[in-house]
Design a protein around this ligand. Structure first.
Ligand code: NAD
Ligand code: NA
Length: 396
């Protein structure tokens, strides 16, 4: 079929298999160009099909020569209907891993469930014995709690007061005010259940009890802090409470993993275009200003540059892992540079539909968004008939 982008609101309903494969290949080439990392050899990535999780898997495999198992929740293709991007990304990843002689298998299902945890543990036992690194990179709007059966929904709301700020519709470039009513206690609690650390600790406990964590195993989950302009809706909002919980959970997990000398970290990453972040109000406008400034200064990174730096400069730098005063790894260090943040705060005051063209890089944002779905790659001929029925080798 001929596959074109079909947008609905903040999502794209189609994905291009060849474009997704191109995206994966570009990321692999980047990691290879940076040289080998003396890091983990057997890695489980939970949330491995897109965004930071996919980049973590690619860095593990092509930077550290690691065997990888990836867990994710994606939709497979049907005749005339494309799969979700993470499906095609993983198909391409497994094909490239196989060519490079690297073990790679994947599990598609709800990572919050006991069943998928058990299936993953069984696969580790059968094929790898144990893993030495677990990356936890889930981003989901809902979580079915495995013990109660209750379906919890996360929200993106301020806490305590209504929040009004500027936002952009990145499809049209129109800047307008957005107002969000404050969260109820129930909203806060639900968001913490979905995006907090409970599921991460459930994974680690189940794995420890099953004996599939190697001596000295490490686990890393991802967080975000961000600037003042998004603070009310992000770090001090419902999602921020979930990130506070996630960050606190790292210490609990480290404590639980004492017997095996294990350690849990949270890495604070840069704001980047992913399916999860494009739905957050105000954030895309901030990103379009940030990207312009960082590109001009040659410090702009995407998911793969961030993850390669996380692995080579932080996790496996041959020495101690540097953290901030709260024990967090910071690879948002470049984003948070005072001069960038001051410049953004200044531009923010007068940002409008008219001034955004000059002061922001909406094009970079839009391209980044299209790239998520395999569109906008110069190497791909989008007028060509394309087979949508691309399968993931290990899932068949
Ligand atoms: P993403 O949407 O690109 O990836 C989410 C992954 O989770 C996918 O692999 C998806 O298949 C998987 N997933 C979702 N629900 C699942 C389920 N029920 N079972 C199994 N797999 C499931 O998201 P991302 O932006 O890469 O986010 C990953 C983490 O990084 C999140 O914790 C996010 O808060 C954090 N983070 C994101 C940003 C950003 O700007 N995007 C910045 C800093 C930190
Ligand atoms: Na991810």
């Amino acid at each position: 079929m001929i596959i074109e982008p079909r947008m609905r609101g903040f999502i794209c309903l189609t994905a291009h298999p060849a474009g997704c494969a191109q995206n994966v290949k570009n990321q692999i080439e980047y990691v290879k160009s940076k040289g080998k990392i003396n890091g983990a050899k057997k890695v489980l990535v939970i949330g491995a099909s897109t965004g930071f999780g996919l980049a973590s898997r690619i860095t593990s495999a092509f930077g550290c020569d690691a065997a990888t198992i990836g867990v994710f929740f994606e939709k497979e293709p049907a005749p005339g209907k494309t799969a979700t991007p993470g499906w095609y990304n993983t198909a391409a990843f497994e094909i490239e891993a196989e060519k490079a002689g690297l073990y790679a298998k994947s599990i598609n299902g709800d990572a919050f469930s006991d069943e998928i945890k058990q299936q993953t543990i069984d696969l580790i036992k059968k094929d790898l014995g144990q893993v030495d690194l677990v990356i936890y990179s889930l981003a989901s709007p809902v979580r079915m709690h495995p013990k109660t059966g209750v379906l919890h929904r996360s929200t993106l709301k301020p806490i305590g007061a209504k929040f009004t700020n500027k936002t952009v519709d990145f499809h049209t470039g129109v800047v307008s005010d957005v107002s969000i009513e404050p969260a109820t206690q129930e909203d806060i609690d639900n968001t913490v259940v979905v995006m907090g650390g409970e599921d991460w600790s459930m994974w680690m406990e189940a794995m420890k009890n099953a004996g599939v964590l190697a001596e000295g195993a490490m686990t890393v989950a991802y967080s975000y802090i961000g600037p003042e302009v998004t603070e009310a809706v992000y770090r001090k909002g419902t999602i921020g409470r979930a990130k506070d919980h996630l960050e606190a959970t790292a210490f609990e997990i480290t404590n639980d993993l004492k017997e095996i000398n294990g350690k849990a970290y949270v890495s604070v990453n840069k704001a980047l275009v992913t399916q999860a972040s494009s739905a957050i109000p105000v954030v895309p406008l901030y990103m379009s200003l940030l990207f312009k400034i960082m590109k001009k200064d040659n410090s702009h990174e995407g998911c793969i540059e961030q993850m390669e730096r996380l692995f080579s400069d932080r996790l496996f730098n041959g020495s101690e892992i540097p953290t901030d005063d709260k024990g967090r790894i910071r690879i948002d260090d470049w984003e948070m540079r005072q001069q960038y943040q001051d410049e953004i705060a200044e531009l923010w005051k007068s940002i409008s539909t008219e001034t955004l063209t000059n002061n922001g890089d909406l094009e970079e944002y839009r391209n980044g968004f299209l790239n998520l779905f395999g569109f906008g790659f110069k190497e791909i001929d989008y007028t060509k008939d394309t087979n949508e029925m691309v399968m993931i080798p290990s899932i068949k």
